[in-house]
Each structure stands twice: as C-alpha cells, then as structure tokens.
Design a binder for this molecule. Structure first.
Ligand code: UDX
Length: 490
C-alpha cells in the first residue's frame, strides 16, 4: 500500500522560461503529466507571464506553481518588449550582449531545491527548458534524472550540434559567405541564409547564446520534443543514430503540445475561451471571420516578439493590398489602438481594404483564427509554435518570412521538405518589397501550385492529430516516459 501511494504521487520538477512559445508547451506538458498520475511543481519566471500562468485553470490537477526572479537587466527588458528586425541587426553589429549573469535565479533555484529536498514529496526527476543552461550545475548536483523540454524546432538541435562538431574539427568558424549550402544529417541542404551567422562565427556576439544551450542538453538524460515523429521522420532517425552526443539519450517526440480540447472535432468552439484578448475584441475577430468565404483568408502574424519596422509594415501593407486577397493581420502596437495603426499604415490603407481586410492592433487570438474554416493561408515568421499550430489547427499552406534562430531552417523544411508553402525573400538587409509580398501571397492562395500545397497540408494535419490520439506515436512516447518516471526510486 505504502509503495502504491508513493508511486501515485511521483513528483516532477518542471522549469520553464519566459516567452509564450516556451511557457505554453510547458503548461500543456504539466497538465498532461498531472492527468497521468504525476504531481508537478511548475517553475515559471516572475514576469507578466506569471499572471497568465497563474490564471490557467488546472482543473484541480496536482500542479503547484512557483516563480523565479527575472534577470534585473536592461537588455533582458528589451528582449521582453520585442525587437524590430532592424533594431536587432543594429544591436548585433554593435556587439549586443545577451544577459549572462544569472546569479539571482541560481540563488532562488538553489533555495527551492533545498526546500523540496526536505519536503514530504521530494522530486524524482527534473524537466528543464532547453534554454535554461544556467541551471545545469545546480540540477546535476541533485543527482536526479534530468530531461530537456525542447519547445523549439528539433532541426535547430541538429544544426547546433553539427556546428559544435565542426568547431571541434576546426572546420568552423567561417565568415560570410564561407559556404553555399550546409548538409546536416537528417536535414535538407541548408542555404547560407538558413544558417544563423551566430552559429558559424564564434566572434559573433550571439554565438555564446546559440551554442550555450548544447552542453546542458548533452549532459541530460533525455529530450522531450514538441513535435511528432511523422512530421520529420528523417530528422528523428538522424538524431537517434548520427549524433554521437545524444544518440544514447531518450529522444521522445511528444507533441504537438496543445491542450487536448484542440483535438476534439469542434476545435473552433474549444478555442473561443482560450484567447488572451478581451472578449469584445475576440468576438469582433470571430464575427469577421464568420462572414468570410471558406478558406479565403490569409492570416498574417510574426509571433510574440519580432517586430517589423514602420517602413516594412507599409511595404507589407501595399503588397497585401496588391494581392487582392482577404487578410487578417495582427500588428503589434503598444496601446492596441486604431489611431496607432493608422499612423503606422500607408495613408488610406484601412479604408481602401475594409471590404476584405481586418487589421488587429496588438495581439490576436491565434488559435481561434487558425481553427476557423475561413482560413486559407498563413504568412508567418515560422516560429515553431506557429508552425505546429498551422499544421495542427488549420491544415493550410504557409508563406515563410523567417527572421532568426530556428525559423530559417523551419521555413526551408515547410517549403522544400513538406511542400506546404512558399517563402518570401528580402534584400541583403532583410527588407521584403511589396512585389515579393504579392507574389508570395498569390502563390499560396491562388496559383496552380496552391491546390497541391493545400492537400499536403490537410494530410499533415491528420497525421498531427493521430500522433496525440490513443495509440498515436506521441501519446505512446509520453506513456513510456510516465512509466519510466513512475519506476524511479525516490
Ligand atoms: C520564439 C522564437 O522566435 C521561435 O523561433 C522559437 O521556435 C520559439 O520562440 P515566437 O515569436 O514566440 O518564437 O513564435 P512562436 O513560436 O510561433 O510562438 C508564438 C506564440 O504566440 C504562438 O503560440 C501564437 O499562437 C501566440 N500568438 C502570437 C498569439 O496568440 N497571438 C499573437 O498575436 C501572436
């Protein structure tokens, strides 16, 4: 009996970090693990995101929330507010330093670990976000099995491990152009523009950031990926066979990590209550979408923190207008007001496009939009969450406009690997002109190639849903993981 009780209350410490693209998958994972008989302490950063997490309804599941301090660092604040692409480029050229002093978090984590060690239910394992490499030393000292939650694209792990081994063989660094294509096991050949300079040049100020995550991943016991095997089978095969550093790890694709309600036949209704928008704005968005023909609307969004410059916003607007397609575009503006939008957009744009366009200031209920039957395409920065969401909730073609990190390789795979999209190309400074926008939009919304993209996107959507259903690959991986945790001695 005592043993049975112990097994029933296996306790897992789950550490996530700031950024909605990291927090959301961690929340879903916490909920899934708790509903499978584990108790969870979920550690989140003390920021605006904490209140978002704290307001989540865990439906009585055994999930305890605790917070760590955010870094007291001006640049960290800048990172939270978002960067324009131009601003980031300028910052990088002038030697931007990623925050590297994590002493406050370390002190807080050490205190938490001490507290948990002497509590009645000390954790039997730790799951930690891929970017929290500062926590490695403290977590290793606990002697607990340590798993990485990898919410970014798995191809990014392959790319950074490949770059790491090239450095060791002294084949890197290389300065631009250096190479035309790069071949990484499990990935399609990447063009020079798909590989971040920060990975190939150790003098780059973001190099420590890009490469720093590798070591705590390599020293971990396993990796939980927010992906599913059928989405990128060659990549998962390569990660398990060809990357010496991790090939003996447990490598478990357990995604897409969205709340289970999104996998019901009535996903649209399920999304209605999940929005972080005020309900009047959400209703406005919903009723506008309801009035549009099926599969006719292009959704335009660049994720949670990358911002376009005012010049680029105007050019994008003119490209959208020229394409003659219906669109729903979310433009981040500080006070979420129409006046701010009018000041940013080309004169008369809102009036000229009011019959077929809706521009939302600030933040959009993305899940609701992607699950709506009027959605026909998505112009995206190719963040991994947005990518999984369009595949799973919408099953429509995409236009990739990647910005940094894992986004360019994700875009390459969506376009050349899965055949569900087109990409738009910028000039040397990344500026995309209106003709290129129009070309990309027409290609996925009305060109002869669009039908093929659409049917491949629908097939992929069905595979994503199967992966998390009973007996699906991700569900089986998660069950195996939970069984392993339950078998651990405390
Ligand atoms: C960051 C990195 O840029 C990305 O490359 C990495 O894979 C994850 O972290 P981010 O900008 O957060 O990406 O994009 P993404 O991963 O797509 O996540 C954005 C999330 O915010 C999505 O879940 C999306 O649904 C949500 N979102 C975004 C909204 O709900 N409304 C919005 O208006 C914008």
């Amino acid at each position: 009996m005592e043993n049975a009780e112990k097994i029933a209350t296996r306790h897992v410490l789950l550490l996530t970090c700031n950024g909605i693209g990291h927090i959301n998958p961690a929340l879903t994972l916490a909920t899934k693990l708790a509903s499978m008989g584990l108790s969870i302490t979920l550690v989140v950063p003390d920021a605006a995101s904490f209140s978002l997490v704290a307001s989540t309804d865990f439906q009585g599941l055994p999930i305890t929330l605790t917070k760590l301090p955010l870094q007291d660092h001006g640049q960290e604040e800048q990172h939270q507010q978002g960067w324009t692409m131009e601003g980031l480029r300028v910052a990088v050229r002038s030697g931007y330093e990623w925050p590297s002093d994590y002493s406050r978090q370390k002190i807080a984590l050490a205190a938490l670990l001490e507290e948990l060690k002497v509590s009645s239910s000390s954790p039997c394992c730790v799951i930690v976000d891929m970017i929290l490499n500062w926590s490695e030393e403290l977590l290793v000292k606990t002697g607990l099995p340590r798993f990485i939650l990898y919410p970014a694209a798995p191809n990014y792990l392959a790319l950074s491990l490949h770059a790491r081994s090239l450095y060791r063989k002294k084949l890197l660094p290389v300065k631009f152009p250096g190479f035309e294509t790069m071949k990484v096991e499990g990935l399609l050949p990447l063009y020079r523009r798909d590989v971040p300079d920060a990975m190939t040049d150790d003098g780059h100020c973001l190099y420590p950031l890009h490469m720093g995550f590798n070591e705590h991943i390599i020293s971990s016991d396993g990796i939980l990926f927010n992906s599913f095997t059928e989405l990128e089978p060659e990549l998962f095969k390569a990660l398990a066979e060809s990357f010496e550093e991790i090939k003996h790890h447990e490598l478990l694709p357990i995604g897409p990590l969205f709340p289970s309600k999104y996998f019901t036949p009535d996903a649209l209704n399920a999304t209605k209550e999940s929005s972080v928008l005020r309900s009047s704005e959400e209703e406005r968005c919903q009723s506008w979408l309801d009035e549009q023909p099926v599969e006719s609307v292009l959704y335009v969004s660049f994720g949670s923190w990358a911002l376009l410059t005012p010049r680029q916003i105007c050019e994008l607007a003119l490209g959208l207008e020229a394409s003659q397609q219906r669109f729903l575009w979310v433009v981040p503006v500080e006070n979420k007001s129409i006046e701010e939008l009018e000041a940013l957009l080309p004169e008369g744009f809102l009036k000229r496009t009011e019959e077929r366009g809706l521009v939302l200031p600030g933040w959009a209920p993305q899940h609701l939009i992607l699950a709506h039957s009027s959605l026909g395409g998505f112009l995206t920065h190719c963040g991994w969450n947005s990518t999984l969401e369009v595949i799973t909730l919408a099953g429509v073609p995409v236009i990739g406009w990647p910005f940094l990190a894992d986004q360019p390789p994700i875009c390459r795979y969506l376009v050349d690997g899965l055949g569900i999209g087109a990409e738009v190309l910028g000039d040397d400074d990344g500026f995309v002109d209106r003709d290129e926008v129009e070309r990309g939009v027409r290609e996925i919304m009305e060109s002869p190639r669009a039908e093929g993209m659409k049917s491949r996107a629908k097939e992929l959507q069905a595979k994503a849903r199967r992966a998390v259903a009973q007996g699906g690959s991700s569900q089986k991986n998660l069950e195996a993981f939970v069984a392993r945790i339950k078998s651990l001695l405390v």
